[in-house]
Ligand binder design. Sequence first.
Ligand SMILES: Cc1ncc(COP(=O)(O)O)c(C=O)c1O
Ligand SMILES: N[C@H](CCC[C@H](N)C(=O)O)C(=O)O
Length: 440
Amino acid sequence: MDERLLTGTMKINEKNHLEVGGIDTIELVNKYGTPSYVYDIEAVKQKARAFKAVFSKRKVKAQVAYASKAFSCLAIYQLMAKEGLSLDVVSGGELYTAIKAEYPSEKIHFHGNNKSDDEMFAGLDYQVGCFVVDNFYELDRLNQFTSERKQRMKILIRVTPGVEAHTHDYISTGQNDSKFGFDLENGQAKQAAILASQMPYIDVIGLHSHIGSQIFELEGFNLAINKMLTYSKKWKEEFGFDLSVLNVGGGFGIQYTVEDEPLSIAEYIDSIITEVENVTDALGLNMPEIWIEPGRSLVGDAGMTLYETGSQKSIPDVRHYLAIDGGMSDNIRPALYHAKYTGVLANRANDQASDLYSIAGKCCESGDMLIWDLPLPKPQKKDILAVFSTGAYGYAMASNYNRIPRPPVIFVENGSDFLAIQRETYNDLMRLEHSLLSNN
Ligand SMILES: Cc1ncc(COP(=O)(O)O)c(C=O)c1O
Ligand SMILES: N[C@H](CCC[C@H](N)C(=O)O)C(=O)O
């Protein structure tokens, strides 16, 4: 197999099996079954530390917040808390999970473009570190609720900086025509900043932008930084706006296939720091704290999915289909974004490929194809296919389409495995249902 796909602690062992976290993936399959998500915890920790290390080396005050929409559960929150990261939550559910995980409340940043009253109350009750305010409706209610409670709350104003990241349309958020945030160019962001500065219990600490996801270029971040700092300078002169925090969001790209060539964590962050330093210098502004929100780049390539292979269909002169025991229910990304993945037979990792196989999911949907034209050795009965880089937006976006229970999530590290989330059962699927038959 292509060695470039062996990231983190992955290796091929003497049995020709794929190993991760010091454990043979075939042993994991024997213990937990398939499909299963497996996370290389050492790799996650190294990434968390790599982000923090750049800021400390450059002596820049910072917060690295895990964008937990990428993969949210108690254990990953507890791991991130232990690594000293902050946490970005976007819903009552993510906040509730964070509370149950005993995440330090002041490190939680509460996002969301349509927070309900109850969600806002939960954020206020738990005294989260800040609200990232997205729109006037939220700002107005936050003013009302904080005033009624006489409770102070810090906010960042989320702006759309008018920057289009070179990524899939559905994962591009910083352009002007976006459902997120206040527009900088048409004056709405300024209006929000003025209004918020007059609210008695609201402390505006800075600006936030997130330009998109799976970004490989630095240009978009630089443009967003420039815009936000330039407007901050104008607002400072016009109405005394004080920018202590500049949050540039997440979006740092990762390797899904060998065609992806992301920058290193250090390259992304070094460039962001340099741009903020240069522009603040040029504008005569104080250096703000820099906050970032990586999701995918913390957990994406640290995760893989193990499937068992099943039926095959060969159409002469067209293609071979090889089906696995999961699909779009555990990984919607190929169907939703045409996302590309790659994989290897974990039980015969270094066997020579003999042909191309297109990996079909088991859902009742023609679009349920995980990988097109994957070079593989001739599949045998019940081979194990490992699909790489499924750690972000895999479990998080999983569904029960076709009543397929969600797979378990297993953390592996230093030869030990830990069941972070157990496999759903058919009964779990019916837990919230009521039967029409009285004796049922
Ligand atoms: C506001 C915000 N911050 C951070 C992220 C994380 O993005 P990524 O996982 O690409 O780092 C997202 C997108 O998911 C987002 O919308
Ligand atoms: N919230 C992110 C996109 C998440 C994309 C994610 N769902 C994926 O699977 O790539 C954004 O607005 O940039």
